[in-house]
Design a protein around this ligand. Structure first.
Ligand code: CDP
Ligand code: MG
Length: 678
């Protein structure tokens, strides 16, 4: 066990704000009575600033609102504007980078407004639109608003656009900044009604934002923040996972029941295994409160995510093991201790290979400070950082915006569909590297979405590209769908892509590992994971989505249902594109041919030494243990996801014939080969 002395002295003390607030949104219908919710709204730190906020927003075309997490920005400001009529009877859009936040916040606001979700207050996320003609407060993911702007570049239906969680700087948020700013300018020029822009954030580089939004005024909200004791380790930790467990049990031995703990780790598998270890270790402990251990990450089904909001039963202690999702966008009650690994899983892009890679990297100072803040929302708290003070000082100040570290093909395609042909000169707040834009343009040319105009370097959208932009998917997936009709397997490809777009359907029960594996074995295919997903989908359909079948086969029925819904929507887009629905029946080879034709950039082959190397950049990759092909050594595969943990893993892959790849993109492989030689 670690000694308390291993941690250095507190780093900073923060101002004590004596307002007490004990409201919990999950206390059942009685506690959620309208009066009680109204009182809770009035007790929020933002309430006293209501009139000032409304009058400032009325005065200026754009405004920036800064306030600590939990101060009431997301739930209250839209309501204030609505109540004051600032929206002029049009819709107020509130964008969120994460779908969980869009759903949970809109539900909360509907509750506060005493209405059912989908009427006055609604939400719209990919594959789910819960709004109606009467919706005035529309919570949506930034990706959804971006898609709407393709059809309506001046965003005519909206009078106010609130860009929330701006500090997250996801690709979509960054592109939206430019699109919304252009819409505001265009409406001004053409004499249409003003479009108000409000940018909200917990922390951010205020001057940079204000400058970009035409010197918009900045409104600071006072947050509720109790003092937090910050501890650093004395020595750097080689294993943050191990360190987090030791720290957790050290706190657990001493702290009274009800003092809940939030641990920041990096991803799904790591979190699930930590949750299991914690439960196992806690079982043998005596004279300590009982633990309620809960995972929290984006891919978790919403019903499971919601559990973290529940009040901890008396005599228990809640431990939430989360990704950076718990940094700002979600409010968890009762947290007194934060354990911060100082790590985060982020997308990293290699413009040479054109591949995005999920990789565990050091968090930024801004993220670490946000995490610390989560310990002091309701009472004084403690934050244990599993890194030294000097490691903290060496962290970068802000997170690098996603747009500067991801594959831009999807965004560039959307911008082209928006009519912005010169992407290199688009008004980005922080410009992506020209190499990344050029790599994306090149990828889209290879995919056939863009083409060079005769005798010029100007790129324009092809009819295929236009069709591709209609799908809310990575261009490679859209391409596969469009190819599928030529390969006579559109129905099958839709099922596979819907399954890939939904959350994982395979359930793994820790004390029934063997039974799980045996059940899943039935669906496995020597052709790979995509065909396995298809087998599961087909089996599910053949029993008409029977729930007990799902249960018996360790298949998550909610996620299966979602996959079915997603499929329906993708099929509707195909219908609108006048595509013919074809099926290959049992001949699954054509499916893999089709996948190869769309994902030829994600191919790897087995080398003589027995390693897999990507076909173009010769990067070493391995088959993920969760893959149906883990024990196999196929000569050539295409993969639809790459993750980096201890190694670079291909997850979800299919066996293909290298000839299919060459046939699909002869010029691509020829060019890559030449450049590899030179
Ligand atoms: O956006 P910001 O972080 O400033 O705060 P918010 O999301 O508007 O949340 C304000 C308060 O509403 C939180 O402190 C919670 O007490 C409550 N809330 C809740 O109970 N359940 C939710 N789903 C969202 C907010
Ligand atoms: Mg918020």
């Amino acid at each position: 066990m670690r000694n308390p002395e291993d941690f250095g002295p507190p780093e900073k003390k923060q101002k004590l704000n004596p307002i007490q607030f004990n409201f919990n949104s999950q206390n059942g219908p009685k506690k959620n009575s309208f009066e009680e919710l109204r009182d809770a709204r009035r007790a929020l730190p933002i309430f006293s600033a209501k009139h000032k906020i409304v009058s400032e927003i009325k005065k200026f075309p754009s405004a920036i609102v800064i306030g600590e997490t939990g101060s009431g920005k997301t739930t209250q400001i839209p309501q204030y504007l609505l109540e004051a009529g600032v929206h002029q009877n049009a819709i107020i859009a509130i964008t969120q980078p994460r779908r969980v936040a869009a759903i949970s916040v809109s539900q909360r606001v509907a509750l506060e407004k005493n209405t059912t979700i989908g009427s006055l207050v609604g939400y719209c996320v990919r594959f789910e639109d819960v709004t109606s003609a009467g919706t005035k407060l529309k919570f949506m993911t930034d990706g959804m608003l971006l898609r709407e702007s393709i059809l309506d570049p001046t965003l005519t239906r909206y009078s106010i656009i609130i860009l929330d969680e701006a500090h997250e700087r996801t690709i979509n948020t960054d592109v939206l900044f430019g699109v919304v700013k252009a819409a505001q300018r265009r409406r001004l020029k053409t004499g249409q009604k003003l479009l108000k822009i409000i940018v909200m954030s917990a922390t951010m580089d205020v001057d940079h934002f204000s400058e970009y939004f035409n010197k918009a005024p900045v409104l600071y909200l006072e947050g509720r923040q109790y003092p937090i004791q910050v501890m650093h380790t004395k020595e750097p930790q080689s294993d943050y996972l191990f360190a987090s467990l030791i720290t957790l049990f050290q706190i657990h031995k001493e702290a009274p029941a009800g003092d809940d703990i939030l641990i920041f780790l990096t991803g799904q598998e790591e979190i699930e295994s930590a949750v299991k270890t914690i439960k196992d270790l806690a079982r043998d402990l005596k004279d300590v409160p009982q633990l309620v251990v809960l995972p929290l990450y984006a891919a978790l089904p919403s019903q499971t995510q919601i559990k973290v909001f529940a009040k901890t039963p008396p005599g228990h202690r809640k431990v939430v093991v989360a990704t950076n999702i718990a940094e700002t966008s979600i409010t968890i009650h009762g947290i007194k201790y934060v354990i911060d690994s100082g790590m985060v899983k982020a997308k990293v892009y290699n413009p040479h290979s054109g591949l995005d890679l999920l990789k565990v990297v050091t968090a930024s100072k801004a993220q670490v400070l946000q995490r610390t803040g989560r310990a002091g929302r309701e009472a004084p708290g403690v934050c244990y950082r599993l890194f030294t003070e000097s490691e903290f000082q060496n962290m970068s100040t802000n997170t690098v915006p996603e747009i500067q570290r991801c594959n831009l093909a999807s965004v560039v395609l959307q911008l082209m569909a928006l009519g912005i042909s010169d992407v290199l000169t688009f008004d980005f707040m922080d410009k992506p590297a020209p190499e990344s834009i050029n790599a994306a343009l090149e990828e889209l040319v290879i995919l056939g979405a863009l083409e060079r105009q005769v005798n010029s370097d100007i790129l324009k959208l092809t009819p295929l590209g236009k069709q591709m932009a209609a799908f809310p998917l990575d261009p490679r997936f859209s391409k596969v769908i469009l190819l599928a009709k030529d390969y006579d397997c559109l129905e099958e490809i839709l099922s596979i892509i819907a399954m890939l777009s939904a959350e994982s359907v395979l359930v793994s029960v820790s004390n029934k590992r063997k039974e799980c594996l045996e059940s899943h074995q039935k669906f496995m295919s020597s052709e790979g994971d995509h065909i396995m997903l298809l087998n599961i989908y087909r089996a599910y359909k053949s029993v008409n989505g029977n729930k007990s079948w799902c249960f018996d086969n360790f298949i998550n029925s909610t996620n299966m249902h979602n996959a079915q819904e997603i499929r329906k929507q993708l099929r509707e887009i195909c219908e609108r594109n006048n595509m013919t629905f074809t099926s290959c029946g049992r001949d699954t080879t054509t499916i893999r041919k089709c996948l190869a034709a769309g994902f030829f950039m994600n191919a790897a082959e087995l080398s003589k030494e027995g390693d897999f190397l990507t076909m173009t950049t010769r990067t070493k990759v391995s088959i993920h243990p969760s893959s149906a092909l883990f024990q196999c050594k196929p000569a050539c595969v295409v993969f639809t996801e790459l993750v980096k943990t201890t190694k670079c893993y291909m997850r979800t892959l299919s066996v293909v014939d290298p000839d299919w790849l060459y046939e699909a993109a002869p010029s691509y492989f020829k060019r890559k080969k030449t450049s590899a030689i030179s």
